[in-house]
Structures are given as structure tokens and as C-alpha cells.
Design a protein around this ligand. Sequence first.
Ligand code: NAD
Length: 415
Amino acid sequence: MEKDNVCINCYEMLDKIAGKLGLSEPETGLLSRPRRSYTFSFPVIMDDSKVKIFTGYRIQFNNARGPTKGGIRFHPEVDLEEIKTLAFLMTLKCAVINVPFGGAKGGVVVNPKKHSKGEMERISRAYMRELYRFIGPNTDIPAPDVNTNPQVMAWMLDEYERVTGQHAPGVITGKPLELGGSHVRGISTSLGGYFVLKEVLKQFGMKEENTKAVVQGFGNAGMNIAKILHKNKFKVIAVSDSRGGIYDENGLQIEKVIEHKEDKKSVQDFANAKNIANEELLELECDVLVLAALEDQITKENAGKVKAKMILELANRPIMPEADEILASRTVPVIPDILANAGGVVVSYFEWVQNATNYYWTEDYVLKKLEEYMTKAAKELEMACSSYKCIMREGLYISAINKILQAERLRGVLK
Ligand code: NAD
């Protein structure tokens, strides 16, 4: 396998699994290279009437199990390599969670904080004008990711429908409810993570009540899981955002922390809690550490200092491979991102099904089906880990890779 096909983290894991499963060269080739990769340069008129050229990407990694599916990220440092890695992980995620999709990912190199709402709308629409001919409800279905939201999806849907002249709500998920979105989508990632955690705690003989949780990151994923854990009687003893963290050994009143964050734009300086540094939060003694901020947060430098009994990776790739090994040698179980944060993809799938049938589900029904999908995947994971005698990340990769390769074989793509 060539090292630049997917990022080094995934490459190493893929290599290990390829050895373990005895995969052939065409099999590893299919798993390590994207089927299609697009780079776009597009002009957008700014508020001061000057024209700025933006770069956007879309990778359709593998479509053996169904149309490709994956979010669109707006970030100043996004690049093709990162998008490729995330598209690969989406391919695994859809297989792990048993939804009939392949994997994709997209991105635009832009810092949304530096643009007005009008500029963001024009950037979103211009990106879609480049992308539209390569996507569709049965081809490739984008969704929100970091710095994109239901409003951005609504602009992109509208642009897609204008240029194609069709009503096609199923071309994009994560839309507002009024435009064919699904109930629960806003909290689906966090709720899905909670359902998986609930099942894994059960497998480890641990109870939810008074389980001490620490949450890194207080954005969409982190804030919602803190809220859900608190509601389900976990003791959330610390949370953090980019400016720093707060700690209260008796458990934080999360609703109040949310109000405080809305008011002060940071969780820090919350009444009756102690301010702590971001690095300190990762080393707190607790039962569950939820990583819900960014990539590469647990490194070989701090992995040895983590005192959590279990880690839930709600963010994508928050643990570096060397750190993963250190945690495994210390027998700290890690519930990997491709399962832990797959709730968003599951509800995206439900949204797509609702769009295709023009029949819309109730909130209770979506909640019930989400729990069903997440719990089933967590049970399958336990089976994969016990049959292959491996840690959870390896078990998930093995189970996903087996499903993808089986689909390729049935299509006659592989022998
Ligand atoms: P977000 O931008 O809403 O929130 C990120 C949060 O992390 C912010 O509160 C930010 O202040 C905080 N943060 C940044 N650096 C930090 C640091 N060093 N220490 C502590 N906090 C820090 O993003 P999000 O949507 O919540 O996504 C977070 C992660 O979850 C990303 O990796 C994303 O890919 C992944 N994810 C999110 C979703 C979703 O539906 N939101 C779905 C799948 C995966």
C-alpha cells in the first residue's frame, strides 16, 4: 500500500488488519484508495464586491454497499488528505452501523468566522454549483460536519434543486425539519454515542448512575452528550472548550453550564466550579472520558497520564495511534469514533428514507430506531472483539472491512 493513499493512522491499522485477515493486494488496494476524488476552485463575490477564489473538495471513497455518504466541513486548514481519511472512515462507519451507504467526505477551505452570513451563503451555493453534477439522492449524499449546519444544508439543497430543476430533498441530509429534515438529527451524534456507551458499560458490568464522566469539547457533540449524560444520572464532573475547562467533583449542573456558556461564550468561570487547563481535564480521575473536540488530543505524551477507566471517542480521530497502543497496554477500553459518533449517520439514513418515501416519522419512532441501530452495532462489536481477540478499534475495522469486501465480491468486483 502507498503511504499517501490514506492518512498514516488509518494506513497502519489497515495494514495490521490486512495481515490478520490475509487480504490480497486488490482487496487492500480497494480499501486504501478512493474511487473518486474532486478538487474545485471557484470564485465568490465578497461583500466589498471583490472576487475571492475558494478551494473545495469531495471524495467518494467506496460505494460497494450503496450511495456514498459524508459531511461537508468548512475549515481554513482542511486539505485533500484530511478529507480522504474522513471519507475512508465514513466508509467503515456506514458498514459498522449497518446502513446501506458507502463513504464520502467534502470540505471547503474557509474560515466561517471571517465571513458575513451573505458571504457564507454565496460560498455554500458556489461550492454546490461545482459539486451538483457528481452527487444525487442515489449517488452521493452530503451532510453537515464541522462549521456547517442545517442552514448551510438548506442553501445547498436549494442550489442543487435550482440547477437540476428537480425537487430532491434526499440529495442532502441534516436539513431543517421544514425542508424534509428528520426529528432528532440535531442531537443524533451525542444520543447515538450515549446508546453505545450504555451498551458497552453493561458489557463491562458498570452502572450508569453516578458514573463519573468528563467531557472534552462543548460544541454540538460535547454539549449535547454532557446534557444527555446528566439527564441519565451520570455525574459530569468536568467539561471544557477551547478556552479551558471547569471541574466540580460533586457533578456540574449542565443546564446551568449551557446558560453560562451562551452568556459568556466560554464554560470557564462557572460559579462553584474550579477552572482547569485543557491538558489537566484529560488527566482527571473518572469512569468515562468523552473526547468531543478535535483530532489528535491524546498523544504518546499524555496517554500514560489518562486516568479514565474508559474513553468514548465522539470526535473523529481524537486519539493518535501511538497513544492508542499505550492505552491498550494499560487496558483502558476505547469506544472508537466510527461507532461512537455514528448516530448522526444513522439519523441521516432515516432522513434519506423519509425523503425517498415522502412519509415522515414521529420523534419517538426515530429515537426508538436510533437506539435499536446503535445497540445492535455495539453488540456486534462485542462479538467481533471476542472472535478475533482484539481491542474495539480493531474489532470494528475487521467487521466493517469484511462487510465491504463481501459486497465487492458479490458484485463481482473482487474474486
Ligand atoms: P463544534 O465546533 O461544535 O465544537 C467543538 C468544541 O471543541 C468547541 O466547544 C471548541 O471550543 C472545543 N475545543 C476546541 N479545541 C479544544 C481543546 N483543545 N480542548 C477542549 N475543547 C476544545 O464541533 P462538533 O460538531 O461538536 O464536533 C466535534 C467533533 O465531533 C469533531 O471531531 C467532529 O468531526 C465530530 N463529529 C461531530 C458530529 C456532529 O454531528 N456534530 C458528528 C460526527 C462527528
